[in-house]
Write a new protein. Structure first.
Length: 139
């Protein structure tokens, strides 16, 4: 089931590119579920350590109070393994990757992370996690 995220990402990107007027924005549940399913597949170097937040910008001018502008997950890695994965994006993460749904789909499907904003205390850790997500789903 975790690997099923890959074809869903491809279908979502196709929908966004070719029938955007007929498709809706990603929801909090869709974003969190995709991350929660896929992140445990990521393989990191044994020395990888630390927290980070992975977030998707889904809100807009019409977002309203019930639709936060950013949703995602908080990830904690210890000795190269994901030890904690929590829905919801930390408001003040120590390290993060954030981007639009389109930027995340390109990062996950093609490994193109340039459109994501990556920052914080340990940018390399976050880059390795995002790249690992790509490699886990699209080896």
């Amino acid at each position: 089931m975790r690997h099923a995220v890959a074809p869903i990402c491809v279908a979502g990107r196709c929908e966004r590119r070719h029938v955007m007027s007929e498709s809706s924005r990603a929801t909090r549940v869709e974003v969190e579920t995709a991350f929660l399913l896929a992140i445990p597949l990521v393989r990191l170097e044994e020395g990888a350590e630390g927290p980070c937040t992975l977030a998707v910008m889904i809100g807009g001018d019409d977002g309203g109070a019930d639709r936060p502008p950013v949703v995602g997950v908080d990830v904690e890695v210890t000795r190269g393994s994901v030890v904690s994965l929590t829905p919801g994006a930390d408001a003040e993460p120590s390290s993060w990757a954030v981007g639009t749904a389109a930027a995340w789909l390109d990062a996950v499907i093609d490994g193109e992370i340039e459109a994501l904003r990556i920052g914080g205390d340990d940018r390399k850790h976050v880059q390795d996690l995002v790249t690992g997500l790509h490699l886990a789903l699209f080896p």
